[in-house]
Design a protein around this ligand. Structure first.
Ligand code: CA
Ligand code: CA
Ligand code: CA
Length: 517
């Protein structure tokens, strides 16, 4: 019996060994086949362009030896820095030359030999550069965005180079993320992402930083550069711009003006909150919607109203309700400094008065610890008001939407001294002291007469601005385009076109683009 079972064990071992050997043979060849199939980029960069081209189109001996067994898809994390590749400095030198000559270009015959040579060298460099840049997009999208030429420079290049140059994109995209890579060297695996743009274009998406774990999501604000089918997406939804026209951002492909840093910060916070909510609930992102022709100032003018009329807290609460808003509910430091900035700008116009009629630097906000306090709270989802019993008790403060002030992640009572109504039990209403640098809060008697701030929940689609200028509606689109054209083509008589190359506002342009002679 013992002998037999030993013999059986030997047979089993032998059989297992055979299977394992077969498996080993299979695995040794299988990945080679897969890697040959893929046109992906070698993880081993070299400064030499010729070698790089080989890598692009096939599989280098180094990469096959080192990586053949590890994965079937080229992985981002195997990338090594290519940003110092000689082609970038060569291209920069060429660009300098080109810019020097471009002034002469129009004067000279386009068949001029010198110019032809310059352009043809530019085309060759652009092709070389595009192959390296495409690999950087895949390996280090952040660096790729940094290396990209500014849009105004790209526009000046000869059209024959266009197909080799990166393109700036800003849009709301749908992301599909798929897990594709498991292997011992990449334990976390590897995500393959595609972005579908609003016009239906589908691009391979490359992410980094705060968006390195970007999941499938609809309606993501994305900007960055694309080259071929690759799209390097910035890890921030908002693209800041330097512009002669003032403070400007690009969001979802639209230029938006803003007046001060408080507006921008609050918008950035609302945007990131919208993303977090969508990621968490796995629903399409619902960003605050900004009409094309209106800036952030317009948007926040509709979202918050500062009412200067000195009013008791009850009067202020009722006025807000009557307007389908609520006395402002402050749930972050950014919102708090925005509200403070509303008063800061023009302090003298917003006086408040205490019980004895002395002037004070206070503004009502929507919080109370009075136990009979309630609110009728307008909800945008139902387009109806909801009655809320705040259930506050002395010292247990509630915002007018029913949330608890003291257990909120943000609160800003003055210097640990407020609220201090234990000895003065009738201090049951909150106000911001806007003369303090951080806009801290105090509790006071509701009979103070103060200015107040109403907060509205905005509709998804804002009412469009119908301002009429010279008989044209929403003509504000035009100045934004003028900036584009004027910046790059001063003196150009070219027509103003939309993104499809169609001439727009023809009547207006006749006057605007008449060449000055
Ligand atoms: Ca609020
Ligand atoms: Ca109190
Ligand atoms: Ca107090």
């Amino acid at each position: 019996m013992f002998r037999n079972s030993q013999k059986n064990s030997v047979s089993v071992l032998f059989a297992t060994g055979t299977v394992l050997a077969a498996l080993w043979v299979f695995l040794s060849f299988y990945p080679f086949k897969k890697e040959n199939e893929s046109k992906n980029i070698s993880p081993t960069p070299t400064a030499d362009y010729q070698e790089n081209t080989e890598f692009l189109d096939g599989i280098s001996p180094v990469s096959s030896e080192k990586y053949s067994n590890s994965f079937k898809e080229w992985c981002q994390i195997d990338y090594r820095d290519l940003s110092k590749d000689a082609v970038f400095s060569e291209f920069a030198n060429w660009l300098k030359q080109f810019q020097l000559h471009s002034l002469d270009l129009e004067k000279k015959d386009s068949g001029h030999q010198e110019i032809q040579a310059l352009v043809s060298r530019g085309e060759q460099l652009a092709l070389r550069r595009s192959k390296v840049l495409q690999r950087i997009i895949r390996g280090d999208p952040r660096k790729a965005i940094q290396l990209a030429l500014a849009p105004q420079v790209l526009k000046t290049l000869p059209s024959s180079m266009e197909k080799h140059m990166e393109e700036w994109k800003s849009d709301f995209v749908d992301i599909k993320a798929m897990h594709v890579c498991y292997d011992p060297e990449h334990l976390g695996g590897y995500m393959n992402r595609h972005a579908t743009l609003e016009d239906g274009t589908k691009l391979r998406a490359w992410v980094y930083g705060k968006r390195r774990n970007l999941p499938s999501i609809q309606g993501l604000s994305a900007w960055g550069i694309s080259l071929g089918n690759d799209f390097a997406i910035s890890d921030h939804p908002i693209q800041k711009m330097e512009s002669d026209l003032g403070n400007q951002i690009i969001f979802g492909g639209k230029k938006i003006l803003y007046s001060n840093v408080e507006e921008l910060n609050l918008f950035m916070e609302e945007v990131s909150r919208a993303e977090q909510q969508a990621f968490f609930r796995q629903i399409p992102i619902r960003y605050p919607k900004i009409a094309t022709s209106s800036g952030l100032t317009d948007y926040y003018d509709r979202k918050y109203a500062l009412v200067p009329t000195p009013s008791t807290w009850q009067e202020a609460k009722s006025a807000a309700q009557e307007n389908n808003g609520t006395l402002v509910i402050i749930d972050s430091a950014v919102e708090n400094s925005f509200i403070r900035s509303l008063l800061d700008v023009d302090q003298v116009n917003y006086p408040g008065f205490d019980e004895s009629g002395n002037q004070v630097d206070l503004v009502w906000v929507g919080a109370s610890d009075y136990e009979d306090e309630n609110n009728s709270f307008y909800e945008i989802e139902t387009n109806a008001s909801r009655f809320i019993e705040l259930n506050a008790t002395e010292g247990d403060w509630k915002w007018l939407d029913g949330t608890d002030v003291n257990s909120s992640s943000y609160k800003n009572w003055f210097n640990n001294q407020e609220p201090n109504s234990t000895s003065n039990v009738n201090q049951d209403y909150a106000a911001m002291n806007w003369s303090t640098s951080d806009g801290s809060w105090v509790d006071i008697n509701g009979s103070y007469r103060l200015p107040f701030v109403i907060e509205y929940q905005l509709e998804d689609e804002p009412s469009q601005s119908t301002t009429t200028i010279d008989g044209f509606r929403k003509v504000l689109v035009i100045p934004a385009r003028f900036e584009d054209e004027g910046y790059d083509y001063s003196g150009s008589t070219g027509p103003l076109v939309n993104e499809f190359g169609e001439i727009i506002y023809e009547n207006l342009q006749k006057n605007s683009y008449e060449p000055v002679s």
